[in-house]
Write a protein that binds this ligand. Structure first.
Ligand SMILES: [Zn+2]
Length: 101
């Protein structure tokens, strides 16, 4: 017998998958990024307020997840863009590097 879901209809717990570590996390702990087409590159732009149009991807604002996402080319896949990506704008939203590994 399936138990009935107790909290159907709740909209305040939105879960997204981080494109870096692939962990599911509450949307509020992730930063949304969107692809903004520049003249020669696609600029991956942080969208902390979720107001920019277009296809978004979600990422933990940490160097680790940024590095993981970069290494597995997750931005291009998640944002459905090809060609060079400019990730410089993301540096402003990720944590300071911590060399713990
Ligand atoms: Zn992550």
């Amino acid at each position: 017998m399936a138990r009935r879901l107790r909290e159907t209809g709740r909209l305040d717990e939105v879960v997204r998958t981080c494109i870096g570590c692939r962990q599911r996390a509450d949307k509020t702990t992730l930063v949304r990024v969107v692809a903004v087409q520049g003249p020669t590159t696609t600029v991956v732009t942080p969208d902390p307020h979720g107001t920019l149009p277009g296809r978004g991807a979600h990422l933990h604002p940490t160097h680790r997840c940024l590095e993981l996402a970069t290494r597995r080319k997750a931005f291009g896949r998640a944002l459905r863009v090809e060609g060079p990506l400019d990730l410089d704008a993301l540096a402003s939203v990720v944590e300071d590097p911590k060399d713990t590994a």
